[in-house]
Design a protein around this ligand. Structure first.
Ligand code: NAP
Length: 277
């Protein structure tokens, strides 16, 4: 009698100790009564390819990838989804039986699902979006906002050239705004996203004036530590609809879990409390 294989998955990064993914997938494995494991895997860049090519032989059905491997994961994949190609990075890998690797990126999906869950009346097509920041996470935010029908994106970044790169990659629906002029375009926006690390614990606050924010505007922050950033608090005082960044983290994990372990997992209040706790 052959026993069924216990599926393994994990998150590959360097460092990795801070990752919330093991706790998150561990919660779902327990909640759905699945005999499987999800582990943190610390892999230095020089070993990344060797590790990746051998994981399926060790029983891994897939993995998340995080800093510094997200871009390089695309190089070693045999198949890359359109959204991962567009974003230029992977966060979710699926290992097929024959050793072939499929690379996907679910960050944009997680970003949109979080807004759908906590701001169900949000209408992305209602007006322009302002995006603060043009780093790695901003690429997924831009791709997903364009995908759901935001008519125009005004993007601003301290280092202007990174915003210009995004405009060159994503096209004419993006317009670059000088970082020191960004406060002046807020009043045009029906969606505002902070994708910078400003406001995160241990980082400086975002110092921009938010006086231009209009009541009813959807304002969201990718930062989730603290959960309620000063940016979100100020926006809420101005009558904006605010959504914190934790749900993005939780929702981006769901497609991977489903591919590796079976059930499509739910993002519940209890899960939020567990991850925050
Ligand atoms: P990243 O690639 O390093 O980009 C950092 C961004 O922050 C850049 O736009 C950078 O501007 C800006 N920035 C940093 N310090 C600044 C300062 N002092 N003044 C002005 N701008 C500054 O990082 P990332 O991967 O995009 O992540 C950005 C944030 O999103 C982090 O806080 C991360 O934890 C969070 N995040 C959350 C989720 C989630 O699931 N909720 C997912 C991904 C990321 P320059 O280009 O000028 O340096």
């Amino acid at each position: 009698m052959t026993l069924p294989k216990i599926p393994l998955a994990g998150v590959i990064g360097h460092p990795i100790a801070h990752s919330k993914s093991p706790m998150l997938h561990g919660y779902w494995l327990k909640a759905y009564g699945i005999e499987g494991h999800y582990v943190p895997i610390d892999v230095a860049p020089e070993n990344f390819e060797t590790v990746l090519r051998n994981m399926h032989k060790m029983g891994f059905v897939g993995a998340n990838v995080t800093i510094p491997h997200k871009e390089r994961a695309l190089e070693f994949a045999d198949q890359v989804t359109d959204r991962a190609t567009l974003i230029g990075a992977a966060n979710t890998l699926i290992f097929h039986e024959d050793g072939k690797i499929l690379a996907d990126n679910t960050d944009g999906y997680g970003f949109i699902q979080n807004l759908r869950q906590f701001a169900p009346d949000w209408e992305p097509e209602a007006g322009p979006a302002v995006i603060l920041g043009a780093g790695g996470a901003a690429r997924a935010v831009v791709a997903s906002l364009l995908d759901v029908g935001v008519p125009e994106i005004l993007i601003t970044n301290r280092t202007r050239v990174r915003a210009e790169q995004l405009r060159d990659d994503f096209g004419a629906r993006l317009k670059v705004v000088e970082w020191n002029q960004a406060a002046n375009v807020l009043e045009q926006a029906t969606t505002v996203v902070n994708t910078t690390s400003l406001g995160m614990a241990g980082k400086p606050e975002l110092k921009m004036s938010l006086d231009g924010l209009q009541p009813g505007t959807l304002v969201t922050d990718l930062v989730y530590n603290p959960l309620r950033t000063q940016f979100l608090e100020t926006a809420a005082e101005k009558g904006c609809v605010t959504v914190d960044g934790l749900g993005m983290l939780l929702h981006q994990a769901a497609p991977g879990f489903e591919r590796w372990f079976g059930p499509r997992p739910e993002v519940t209040d209890e899960l939020r409390q567990v991850i925050l706790g």
